[in-house]
Design a protein around this ligand. Structure first.
Ligand SMILES: [Cu+2]
Length: 339
Protein backbone atom coordinates (compact mmCIF):
# COMPACT_ATOMS: atom_id res chain seq x y z
CA UNK A 1 0.00 0.00 0.00
CA UNK A 2 1.22 3.50 -0.80
CA UNK A 3 1.93 6.08 1.84
CA UNK A 4 -1.22 8.11 1.06
CA UNK A 5 -3.34 4.97 1.31
CA UNK A 6 -1.91 4.33 4.80
CA UNK A 7 -2.60 7.90 5.74
CA UNK A 8 -6.19 7.64 4.60
CA UNK A 9 -6.63 4.39 6.48
CA UNK A 10 -5.17 5.99 9.62
CA UNK A 11 -7.52 8.96 9.23
CA UNK A 12 -10.52 6.64 9.01
CA UNK A 13 -9.40 4.71 12.08
CA UNK A 14 -9.07 7.94 14.06
CA UNK A 15 -12.48 9.07 12.82
CA UNK A 16 -13.98 5.72 13.82
CA UNK A 17 -12.54 6.13 17.31
CA UNK A 18 -13.78 9.71 17.62
CA UNK A 19 -17.23 8.85 16.33
CA UNK A 20 -17.62 5.97 18.77
CA UNK A 21 -17.61 8.78 21.38
CA UNK A 22 -21.09 9.52 20.08
CA UNK A 23 -22.12 6.05 21.28
CA UNK A 24 -24.03 6.66 24.47
CA UNK A 25 -26.15 9.71 23.85
CA UNK A 26 -26.21 12.37 26.55
CA UNK A 27 -27.86 14.89 24.27
CA UNK A 28 -29.21 13.11 21.24
CA UNK A 29 -32.24 13.63 19.08
CA UNK A 30 -31.69 10.06 17.84
CA UNK A 31 -32.81 8.57 21.16
CA UNK A 32 -36.45 9.69 21.49
CA UNK A 33 -38.30 9.18 24.78
CA UNK A 34 -41.66 10.68 23.87
CA UNK A 35 -44.03 11.37 20.99
CA UNK A 36 -42.63 14.81 20.11
CA UNK A 37 -39.08 13.57 19.80
CA UNK A 38 -40.39 10.59 17.82
CA UNK A 39 -42.22 12.83 15.36
CA UNK A 40 -39.12 14.98 14.97
CA UNK A 41 -36.92 11.93 14.46
CA UNK A 42 -39.27 10.57 11.81
CA UNK A 43 -38.95 13.88 9.93
CA UNK A 44 -35.17 13.67 10.19
CA UNK A 45 -35.31 10.10 8.84
CA UNK A 46 -37.68 11.03 6.01
CA UNK A 47 -35.38 13.80 4.77
CA UNK A 48 -32.35 11.58 5.28
CA UNK A 49 -33.82 8.75 3.18
CA UNK A 50 -34.84 11.15 0.41
CA UNK A 51 -31.34 12.62 0.38
CA UNK A 52 -29.75 9.15 0.28
CA UNK A 53 -31.87 8.22 -2.76
CA UNK A 54 -31.02 11.52 -4.48
CA UNK A 55 -27.30 11.12 -3.81
CA UNK A 56 -27.36 7.48 -4.95
CA UNK A 57 -29.15 8.30 -8.21
CA UNK A 58 -26.89 11.28 -8.95
CA UNK A 59 -23.73 9.27 -8.20
CA UNK A 60 -24.87 6.36 -10.38
CA UNK A 61 -25.58 8.68 -13.32
CA UNK A 62 -22.30 10.49 -12.69
CA UNK A 63 -20.18 7.34 -12.73
CA UNK A 64 -22.11 5.95 -15.71
CA UNK A 65 -21.49 9.16 -17.70
CA UNK A 66 -17.81 9.27 -16.70
CA UNK A 67 -17.26 5.74 -17.93
CA UNK A 68 -19.44 5.83 -21.01
CA UNK A 69 -18.22 9.15 -22.38
CA UNK A 70 -14.57 8.91 -21.40
CA UNK A 71 -11.95 9.72 -23.98
CA UNK A 72 -10.98 6.56 -25.80
CA UNK A 73 -7.63 5.85 -27.53
CA UNK A 74 -7.51 7.41 -30.96
CA UNK A 75 -10.44 9.71 -30.29
CA UNK A 76 -9.78 13.25 -31.49
CA UNK A 77 -11.41 16.58 -30.81
CA UNK A 78 -14.49 17.27 -28.75
CA UNK A 79 -17.54 15.04 -28.74
CA UNK A 80 -20.74 16.32 -30.28
CA UNK A 81 -21.95 19.37 -28.31
CA UNK A 82 -25.62 19.23 -27.31
CA UNK A 83 -27.62 22.12 -25.93
CA UNK A 84 -30.94 21.88 -24.16
CA UNK A 85 -33.31 18.98 -23.74
CA UNK A 86 -36.94 19.69 -22.92
CA UNK A 87 -37.58 16.19 -21.65
CA UNK A 88 -34.60 16.20 -19.28
CA UNK A 89 -35.28 19.70 -18.02
CA UNK A 90 -38.88 18.84 -17.24
CA UNK A 91 -37.78 15.65 -15.45
CA UNK A 92 -35.25 17.38 -13.25
CA UNK A 93 -37.65 20.15 -12.39
CA UNK A 94 -40.59 17.90 -11.63
CA UNK A 95 -38.69 15.36 -9.50
CA UNK A 96 -37.44 17.94 -6.93
CA UNK A 97 -40.93 19.47 -6.77
CA UNK A 98 -42.37 16.05 -5.94
CA UNK A 99 -39.63 15.45 -3.34
CA UNK A 100 -40.25 18.83 -1.75
CA UNK A 101 -43.98 18.12 -1.53
CA UNK A 102 -43.24 14.74 0.12
CA UNK A 103 -41.05 16.59 2.64
CA UNK A 104 -43.31 19.59 3.11
CA UNK A 105 -46.60 17.90 3.95
CA UNK A 106 -45.45 15.97 7.06
CA UNK A 107 -43.18 18.84 8.09
CA UNK A 108 -45.98 21.43 8.04
CA UNK A 109 -48.44 19.04 9.72
CA UNK A 110 -45.92 18.23 12.48
CA UNK A 111 -44.99 21.89 12.93
CA UNK A 112 -48.62 22.79 13.59
CA UNK A 113 -49.13 19.79 15.88
CA UNK A 114 -46.09 20.72 17.96
CA UNK A 115 -47.19 24.34 18.32
CA UNK A 116 -50.54 23.39 19.86
CA UNK A 117 -51.18 25.50 22.93
CA UNK A 118 -52.45 24.67 26.37
CA UNK A 119 -56.15 23.76 26.22
CA UNK A 120 -57.47 25.84 29.13
CA UNK A 121 -60.89 24.23 29.31
CA UNK A 122 -59.46 20.74 29.51
CA UNK A 123 -58.28 20.73 33.11
CA UNK A 124 -56.60 17.85 34.83
CA UNK A 125 -55.06 16.11 31.84
CA UNK A 126 -52.73 18.79 30.67
CA UNK A 127 -50.05 20.71 32.50
CA UNK A 128 -48.88 24.21 31.70
CA UNK A 129 -45.33 25.31 32.47
CA UNK A 130 -43.93 28.77 31.79
CA UNK A 131 -40.22 28.83 31.20
CA UNK A 132 -38.25 32.07 31.20
CA UNK A 133 -34.66 31.88 30.07
CA UNK A 134 -32.10 34.10 31.77
CA UNK A 135 -28.35 34.50 31.34
CA UNK A 136 -27.60 31.64 32.32
CA UNK A 137 -30.39 29.81 34.07
CA UNK A 138 -33.97 28.70 33.55
CA UNK A 139 -36.90 30.01 35.55
CA UNK A 140 -39.78 27.57 35.75
CA UNK A 141 -43.34 28.47 36.73
CA UNK A 142 -46.39 26.25 37.14
CA UNK A 143 -49.17 28.86 37.00
CA UNK A 144 -52.03 26.48 37.85
CA UNK A 145 -50.17 25.07 40.85
CA UNK A 146 -48.58 28.38 41.87
CA UNK A 147 -45.07 26.93 41.91
CA UNK A 148 -41.91 28.83 41.00
CA UNK A 149 -38.63 26.97 40.68
CA UNK A 150 -35.52 26.82 38.52
CA UNK A 151 -33.26 24.46 36.58
CA UNK A 152 -35.04 21.16 37.35
CA UNK A 153 -38.37 20.90 35.53
CA UNK A 154 -40.57 18.24 37.11
CA UNK A 155 -43.21 16.76 34.83
CA UNK A 156 -45.56 13.79 35.14
CA UNK A 157 -45.09 10.93 32.69
CA UNK A 158 -47.61 9.92 30.05
CA UNK A 159 -49.28 13.27 29.51
CA UNK A 160 -48.81 16.37 27.46
CA UNK A 161 -46.94 19.18 29.13
CA UNK A 162 -47.45 22.52 27.43
CA UNK A 163 -44.67 25.07 27.57
CA UNK A 164 -44.88 28.82 27.20
CA UNK A 165 -41.37 29.98 26.50
CA UNK A 166 -39.92 33.43 26.79
CA UNK A 167 -36.72 35.19 27.78
CA UNK A 168 -35.77 37.90 30.24
CA UNK A 169 -32.72 39.19 28.38
CA UNK A 170 -31.36 37.84 25.09
CA UNK A 171 -32.52 35.06 22.75
CA UNK A 172 -32.01 31.58 24.15
CA UNK A 173 -33.36 28.27 22.91
CA UNK A 174 -35.11 25.55 24.89
CA UNK A 175 -33.90 22.11 23.89
CA UNK A 176 -34.38 18.70 25.49
CA UNK A 177 -33.21 16.47 22.65
CA UNK A 178 -34.65 13.17 23.82
CA UNK A 179 -38.07 14.76 24.44
CA UNK A 180 -38.11 17.40 21.72
CA UNK A 181 -37.19 20.91 20.74
CA UNK A 182 -35.62 23.26 20.03
CA UNK A 183 -37.78 26.34 20.46
CA UNK A 184 -36.32 29.81 20.76
CA UNK A 185 -37.10 31.90 23.81
CA UNK A 186 -37.33 35.53 22.73
CA UNK A 187 -37.56 38.55 25.03
CA UNK A 188 -41.03 40.09 24.81
CA UNK A 189 -42.53 37.15 22.94
CA UNK A 190 -44.03 33.83 23.96
CA UNK A 191 -43.41 30.69 21.95
CA UNK A 192 -45.42 27.54 22.48
CA UNK A 193 -44.48 23.92 22.42
CA UNK A 194 -45.42 20.73 24.21
CA UNK A 195 -43.50 17.69 25.31
CA UNK A 196 -44.35 14.32 26.70
CA UNK A 197 -42.17 11.79 28.48
CA UNK A 198 -43.38 8.21 28.19
CA UNK A 199 -41.10 6.83 30.91
CA UNK A 200 -39.78 8.29 34.16
CA UNK A 201 -36.25 9.59 33.86
CA UNK A 202 -33.94 12.56 33.85
CA UNK A 203 -33.78 14.18 30.43
CA UNK A 204 -30.94 16.61 29.86
CA UNK A 205 -31.63 19.99 28.33
CA UNK A 206 -29.43 22.76 27.08
CA UNK A 207 -29.66 26.25 25.72
CA UNK A 208 -29.29 25.93 21.96
CA UNK A 209 -28.78 29.56 21.00
CA UNK A 210 -25.50 31.37 21.60
CA UNK A 211 -26.41 33.80 24.38
CA UNK A 212 -23.15 34.95 25.96
CA UNK A 213 -19.90 33.68 27.50
CA UNK A 214 -21.56 30.97 29.60
CA UNK A 215 -23.98 29.77 26.93
CA UNK A 216 -22.38 26.33 26.87
CA UNK A 217 -22.98 26.00 30.63
CA UNK A 218 -26.69 26.80 30.48
CA UNK A 219 -27.90 23.30 31.27
CA UNK A 220 -31.17 22.20 32.79
CA UNK A 221 -33.06 18.98 33.39
CA UNK A 222 -36.52 17.68 32.74
CA UNK A 223 -37.28 15.18 35.48
CA UNK A 224 -40.19 12.97 34.52
CA UNK A 225 -41.86 11.11 37.39
CA UNK A 226 -45.00 9.00 37.72
CA UNK A 227 -48.15 11.15 38.10
CA UNK A 228 -48.57 10.24 41.80
CA UNK A 229 -44.99 11.22 42.51
CA UNK A 230 -45.59 14.47 40.61
CA UNK A 231 -48.58 15.21 42.84
CA UNK A 232 -46.33 14.68 45.86
CA UNK A 233 -43.78 17.05 44.42
CA UNK A 234 -46.51 19.67 43.88
CA UNK A 235 -47.66 19.22 47.48
CA UNK A 236 -44.07 19.59 48.75
CA UNK A 237 -43.44 22.71 46.69
CA UNK A 238 -46.69 24.47 47.46
CA UNK A 239 -46.22 24.01 51.22
CA UNK A 240 -42.49 24.30 51.14
CA UNK A 241 -40.79 24.07 54.49
CA UNK A 242 -37.75 26.34 54.37
CA UNK A 243 -37.21 26.63 58.10
CA UNK A 244 -33.63 25.92 59.21
CA UNK A 245 -33.15 22.57 60.95
CA UNK A 246 -29.89 23.17 62.84
CA UNK A 247 -28.27 26.03 64.73
CA UNK A 248 -25.73 26.57 61.97
CA UNK A 249 -28.54 26.58 59.42
CA UNK A 250 -30.32 29.21 61.47
CA UNK A 251 -27.24 31.39 61.19
CA UNK A 252 -27.27 30.59 57.48
CA UNK A 253 -30.87 31.74 57.22
CA UNK A 254 -29.90 35.01 58.88
CA UNK A 255 -27.09 35.47 56.33
CA UNK A 256 -29.56 34.65 53.58
CA UNK A 257 -32.03 37.23 54.80
CA UNK A 258 -29.34 39.84 54.97
CA UNK A 259 -27.45 39.22 51.75
CA UNK A 260 -29.41 36.98 49.38
CA UNK A 261 -33.08 37.71 49.77
CA UNK A 262 -33.12 40.71 47.44
CA UNK A 263 -32.51 38.28 44.56
CA UNK A 264 -33.55 34.82 45.76
CA UNK A 265 -36.51 33.19 47.47
CA UNK A 266 -36.66 29.79 49.17
CA UNK A 267 -40.39 29.11 49.36
CA UNK A 268 -41.13 27.50 45.98
CA UNK A 269 -43.89 29.99 45.19
CA UNK A 270 -42.36 33.48 45.01
CA UNK A 271 -41.20 34.87 41.70
CA UNK A 272 -37.79 36.25 42.63
CA UNK A 273 -35.45 38.02 40.19
CA UNK A 274 -32.99 35.11 40.40
CA UNK A 275 -33.59 31.40 41.08
CA UNK A 276 -36.08 30.38 43.75
CA UNK A 277 -33.97 27.95 45.75
CA UNK A 278 -36.67 25.68 47.20
CA UNK A 279 -35.36 22.14 46.75
CA UNK A 280 -31.82 23.20 45.85
CA UNK A 281 -30.44 20.60 48.28
CA UNK A 282 -31.92 17.91 46.02
CA UNK A 283 -31.02 19.41 42.67
CA UNK A 284 -28.57 17.28 40.80
CA UNK A 285 -26.37 20.21 39.91
CA UNK A 286 -25.34 23.55 41.40
CA UNK A 287 -25.65 26.43 38.93
CA UNK A 288 -26.70 23.81 36.40
CA UNK A 289 -23.20 22.39 36.00
CA UNK A 290 -21.41 21.60 39.27
CA UNK A 291 -22.08 18.34 41.09
CA UNK A 292 -24.32 19.19 44.03
CA UNK A 293 -22.27 19.01 47.21
CA UNK A 294 -21.28 21.38 49.99
CA UNK A 295 -17.84 22.03 48.57
CA UNK A 296 -19.19 23.06 45.19
CA UNK A 297 -21.97 25.17 46.66
CA UNK A 298 -19.37 27.05 48.73
CA UNK A 299 -17.19 27.42 45.63
CA UNK A 300 -20.14 28.86 43.71
CA UNK A 301 -21.11 31.32 46.46
CA UNK A 302 -17.50 32.38 46.91
CA UNK A 303 -16.83 33.27 43.32
CA UNK A 304 -19.63 32.63 40.81
CA UNK A 305 -17.68 34.30 38.01
CA UNK A 306 -15.02 31.60 38.21
CA UNK A 307 -17.69 28.92 37.65
CA UNK A 308 -19.96 30.62 35.14
CA UNK A 309 -18.44 33.60 33.38
CA UNK A 310 -20.71 36.60 32.83
CA UNK A 311 -23.45 35.64 35.30
CA UNK A 312 -24.99 38.30 37.52
CA UNK A 313 -24.39 36.85 40.97
CA UNK A 314 -22.08 38.93 43.17
CA UNK A 315 -19.15 37.17 44.82
CA UNK A 316 -18.99 36.50 48.55
CA UNK A 317 -16.48 39.29 49.03
CA UNK A 318 -18.73 41.76 47.18
CA UNK A 319 -21.52 40.75 49.55
CA UNK A 320 -19.20 41.04 52.53
CA UNK A 321 -19.55 37.37 53.51
CA UNK A 322 -16.76 35.74 55.48
CA UNK A 323 -15.94 32.04 55.64
CA UNK A 324 -18.25 31.41 58.59
CA UNK A 325 -21.12 33.11 56.76
CA UNK A 326 -20.52 30.91 53.71
CA UNK A 327 -20.35 27.76 55.82
CA UNK A 328 -23.64 28.64 57.54
CA UNK A 329 -25.28 29.58 54.25
CA UNK A 330 -24.22 26.30 52.66
CA UNK A 331 -25.57 24.35 55.63
CA UNK A 332 -28.89 26.16 55.32
CA UNK A 333 -29.22 25.82 51.54
CA UNK A 334 -28.28 22.14 51.60
CA UNK A 335 -31.20 21.57 53.97
CA UNK A 336 -33.62 22.86 51.34
CA UNK A 337 -34.56 19.40 50.16
CA UNK A 338 -37.63 17.96 48.54
CA UNK A 339 -38.74 15.79 51.48
CU1 LIG B 1 -27.51 30.00 25.30
Amino acid sequence: MSRSMWRTLFLFLVLALVLTGCGKPYLSALDPAGPVAEKQLSLIKLSLYIMIVVIAVVMIIYVYVLVKFRQRPGQKGYPEQVEGSHTLEIIWTVIPIILLIILAIPTVVTTFTLAETYPEEEEGDALLIKVTAHQYWWEVEYPEQGIVTAQDIYIPTGQRVYFELTSKDVIHSFWVPSLGGKTDTNPGLTNNMWLQADEPGVYHGKCAELCGPSHALMDFKVIAVEPEEFEQWVATMTNYDDTPKTVLAEQGRAVFEQSCIACHATDGVTKSPYPNLAGIGDREKIAGILQNNEENLARWIENPEEVKEGNYMPSASELGLNENDIEALVEYLMQLKLQ
